[in-house]
Structure formats: structure tokens, C-alpha cells
Design a protein around this ligand. Structure first.
Ligand SMILES: Cc1cc2nc3c(=O)[nH]c(=O)nc-3n(C[C@H](O)[C@H](O)[C@H](O)COP(=O)(O)O)c2cc1C
Length: 328
């Protein structure tokens, strides 16, 4: 039977299947269920900078404190933040006590440095690593793309200066120079890049004329952009890559590993099928490795990356050429 043990950001994992940051990992019970289902590691639900700010602003704006002095408002703001931070630190520490698989804490940052102190605290609480989910919405015509890229780079660099645990950065695909951004994140000290985050979508309700949230969970077809970019970036960077979005079965895990991923993060498939689906996916991964003669994850990792390909240009082909329609 193939050995599924591997390393991700220097952490030893019993297998490369990781439960991604989500509601599946926002409680100790959830984390225990993930471990029992057999996964290699968990990324805890992110603590959201905006979420906390909104929570605190809600207190300040609620009318409970109508004539609050600015200093008092600051106090409430700090107190509210402490509560949210304290709850999260407790989750990290309790989850660590409850399971033996690595526990990765996650911060959703909208600024590069607002969370530096917190990064140190999750390390002290016992987190094995930290994942930074940095996203600045590129909707401001006045904001240069390089500014947004620099926020990600600065976030990694500043946290790496402070923390001694491994640091991953989870990014979306909205970068015009994606390979360059990835290289700069790696140079800034990222131990891993997680690609690609999947964002909330909306639709229009045509009767109520308002926005409705839609498409909470991914479909298997969504994994192809990740597959392409993991294949292209693998071997070009010092850091590890973790694949996320659209991985729903063991075959998809095999593909992302062949592309060059060190770990594969899954959420939607576990929401759809239950966390025990992890066992099915791992079984499929092991069977594929056995039947194709791979004894270990290291043997197969990156075997289909662009770097190892006899036809590297095919990884960068994006336009439909004459004849390709008929093959669909
Ligand atoms: C309900 C739900 C909550 C999520 N919350 C977070 C989060 O707090 N932080 C984060 O980085 N990603 C979050 N994600 C994104 C997932 O970690 C993952 O990147 C995304 O769902 C794509 O993977 P999938 O196709 O396996 O679902 C969430 C996803 C879902 C479905």
C-alpha cells in the first residue's frame, strides 16, 4: 500500500489532504471530526479583520452609548477586538490540545500590518502554522495593481519577521502578473502559497430587484485554473504550493499532486458529502498510486508540472484554435 505521508511547509502530514478554512473548522468538535475522518491537517476558519471591525462598530453605533467620547469608543473598539481575538486564540489552543494533526490558524487581512501582534499570539497558542488570506478588492480605479500586490508581500514579510512558525499566503487569481507576484511572495519568505481562494458570488433577484448570494460551494469543473497554475509555478518557487478550489474526489487530488502541489485543500466536497468523504478520497488516492506504481507522494509530486514536460508551451495555451472545438 502506497505511503501517503508527506511534508507541507516543513510540517509532517500523514497525507496531503487538508480541510480548508471554513465553517468545518470553526469549532474544536469540527476539528476533531476532521482528524477522525483521516485528513492530514486542518486550516481553521479565518478570523476576519472586517468581521471584527463590523462587530465592534455595531456596538458603537447601536445607540447604547449615544454620547460616547472618542477615547471611550476606542476602548470599546479595542475591547470588542480583544473578545474576538480571545475567542480565536482559545479555539487554536483547544484544537491543538484535542488533535495530533497540524492545526493551521488563518487570518483574513485587508491591511498588511494590522494583525502582527495577533500572529505572534496564535503561535504562542500553539498553532503549527499561519495562513494569511489577503484580499484587497481591485475595484478602485485610483488604486494601482502594484499597491494591492505590495500589501500581500508586506503582510508576508512582516509576519515572517515576527513569527517563527511557517506562514502561507492564500491568494486569488486576480493578479495581472501572477507568476511574478508568486515569486515575490516566495522571496518575501512565504513558506507556501495557497491558490486559488474562491470568493463569494452574487446574482440578481429579478423580482425583488436585489442581490442574492449564490454558489456557496464549488463544482469539480472549477479546479482547472488551479491545476494550470500549480503546474506552471511548481519548480519555479522556493516555497510549497497548496491547491484549493474544485477538488471533489481522489482523482482530483492525484492531479493536483502531479501538477506539483504539496497539499490539497478541500471544503465544498466535505460540505456536500460529509467529512467522511475524506476517507473515500484518500482511498482513491492510495489505489491510484498502487495501480500506477508510486510508492510515496514524493515520487509523484510534480510529475506532470510544466517544468518536467516535453511540451511546456501546451501549459500556456489558452486560445481555442482551429479544430479544438470538435475535440470538445
Ligand atoms: C462556507 C465556507 C466558508 C469559508 N470560509 C473561509 C474562510 O474563513 N477563510 C478562507 O480563507 N477561506 C474560506 N473559505 C474558502 C475555502 O477555504 C476554499 O478556499 C474554497 O471553498 C475553495 O475550495 P473548495 O472548492 O474545496 O470549496 C470558505 C468556504 C466555504 C464554502
Amino acid at each position: 500500500m502506497a505511503d501517503l505521508a508527506t511534508t507541507y511547509m516543513g510540517l509532517k502530514l500523514r497525507n496531503p489532504l487538508v480541510v480548508g478554512s471554513s465553517g468545518l473548522t470553526n469549532s474544536v468538535e469540527g476539528v476533531i471530526a476532521c482528524e477522525e475522518a483521516g485528513v492530514g491537517a486542518v486550516v481553521l476558519k479565518s478570523i476576519f479583520e472586517e468581521e471584527i471591525t463590523a462587530e465592534v462598530d455595531g456596538v458603537v453605533a447601536s445607540g447604547q452609548t449615544p454620547h460616547m467620547h472618542p477615547e471611550a469608543a476606542d476602548y470599546v473598539r479595542t475591547y470588542g477586538m480583544e473578545n474576538a481575538v480571545g475567542r480565536y486564540i482559545a479555539l487554536v489552543s483547544d484544537a491543538k490540545k484535542a488533535v495530533s494533526i497540524p492545526v493551521v490558524a488563518s487570518i483574513h487581512c485587508v491591511s498588511a500590518t494590522g494583525w502582527l501582534d495577533f500572529a505572534k499570539r496564535v503561535e504562542i497558542a500553539g498553532a503549527d502554522a499561519l495562513e494569511l488570506n489577503v484580499f484587497v478588492f481591485p475595484s478602485d480605479p485610483e488604486s494601482d495593481g502594484r499597491v494591492n500586490e505590495q500589501i500581500c508581500i508586506d503582510a508576508v514579510r512582516s509576519v515572517k519577521d515576527l513569527a517563527s512558525i511557517p506562514v502561507a499566503i492564500k491568494i486569488g487569481s486576480f493578479f495581472s502578473g501572477l507568476a511574478h507576484t508568486a515569486a515575490r511572495l516566495s522571496e518575501a519568505g512565504a513558506d507556501a502559497i495557497v491558490l486559488f481562494n474562491r470568493f463569494m458570488r452574487f446574482d440578481f433577484d429579478l423580482e425583488k430587484m436585489e442581490l442574492i448570494r449564490t454558489g456557496h460551494l464549488s463544482s469539480p469543473e472549477e479546479m482547472y485554473p488551479t491545476l494550470r497554475w500549480v503546474s506552471i509555478l511548481a519548480g519555479q518557487l522556493e516555497c510549497d504550493l497548496a491547491a484549493t478550489t474544485g477538488v471533489h474526489d481522489g482523482t482530483a487530488v492525484v492531479k493536483q499532486l502531479l501538477a506539483g502541489a504539496a497539499a490539497v485543500q478541500v471544503c465544498s466536497a466535505f460540505y456536500r458529502n460529509g467529512i467522511d468523504h475524506a476517507g473515500v478520497m484518500l482511498e482513491e488516492l492510495g489505489s491510484w498510486m498502487d495501480s500506477h506504481g508510486y510508492a510515496s507522494i514524493a515520487d509523484l509530486r510534480g510529475k506532470m508540472s510544466q517544468e518536467t514536460s516535453a511540451n511546456p508551451a501546451s501549459y500556456e495555451r489558452v486560445q481555442f484554435m482551429k479544430g479544438s472545438e470538435q475535440k470538445e
